[in-house]
Design a protein around this ligand. Structure first.
Ligand code: ADE
Length: 261
């Protein structure tokens, strides 16, 4: 997969040299290219922003550098990329959307700062390529850079060969394809007793059926406590009798999450 990132802060993306993504880049699985928006300015001060038409606080990113940047980055290739514009006004970025974007051969991220990018940039780009405005959550960041990092990490770990263990992406909280969307329950490793706290004995039992059931119970409990909205969206037919017992039990308890389940 090729990913181009256009930003006024290319240094912000140093983490993309580390860990799984760094390794995927080194091995050629992932081609990430960073571009400094200011290299498409032509004035002495490398200006990328200006005051908003209609008045109001803050500054808006000028269309000309963005237009030139997108023309240059997307030129000379046979393929057409998908343009992602991170913005708090966008469609929610979800695991499902990440799965879909992971199937694309080429993504371009345009990181806005200030009050955003002049709207004509998206309108102009949309004449030549698909454009998605995406929000990573209901809060306002100082710019699209950290949102881009979140999206790039979420998308690229789904690519074949990027994650060490292909199974772990399938088992994640929110992994698509699971029936009910549940968050994951607690996990443990050695030693079996640490600071007087024991690993739940069922996990040491070797009884795979019992382990699977226990994990589902824990996932249901944690989802009911932390993300009741996910359970409300799940059709009743997707819960078996034991699921319903667990949900009834947790709903009868007080709303605070204990340290250990
Ligand atoms: N830019 C600022 N806030 C954002 C958010 N929540 N998601 C995506 N991009 C953003």
């Amino acid at each position: 997969m090729r990913i181009d990132i256009i930003t006024i802060f290319p240094d912000y993306f140093a983490p993309l040299e580390l860990s799984l993504i760094g390794r995927a880049r080194a091995s050629g699985l992932l081609d990430i290219r960073l571009h400094d928006l200011r290299s498409w300015t032509h004035d002495r001060h490398n200006t990328v922003d200006d005051t908003p038409y209609g008045g109001g606080p803050g500054m808006v990113m000028k269309p000309e550098p963005w237009g030139e940047a997108l023309d240059t980055v997307t030129a000379g290739a046979d393929a057409v990329p998908r343009l992602v514009l991170p913005t708090p006004s966008g469609v929610p970025f979800t695991q499902q959307r990440a799965d879909r974007l992971a199937g694309e051969p080429w993504l371009v991220f345009a990181c806005g700062r200030y009050e955003g990018i002049d709207s004509r940039v998206a309108a102009d780009a949309a004449q030549r390529m698909p454009v998605e405005e995406l929000s990573i959550g209901d809060y306002v960041l100082a710019g699209g850079e950290s949102a881009t990092l979140v999206m790039v990490e979420t998308i690229t770990r789904l690519l074949p060969g990027v994650l060490g263990n292909a199974e772990s992406a399938v088992q994640d909280s929110f992994a698509s394809g699971s029936m009910a969307r549940l968050v994951e329950g607690p996990v443990y490793t050695k030693p079996p007793v640490w600071r007087g706290l024991e690993v739940p004995p069922v996990l040491l039992s070797g009884n795979h059926g019992a382990v699977d059931r226990w994990r589902r119970d824990q996932a249901l409990r944690r989802t009911a406590r932390n993300r009741p909205d996910l359970l409300r969206d799940t059709p009743d037919g997707e819960f078996d009798r034991r699921d319903r017992e667990v949900l009834t039990e947790v709903r009868g308890q007080s709303g605070t999450e204990p340290v250990a389940d």
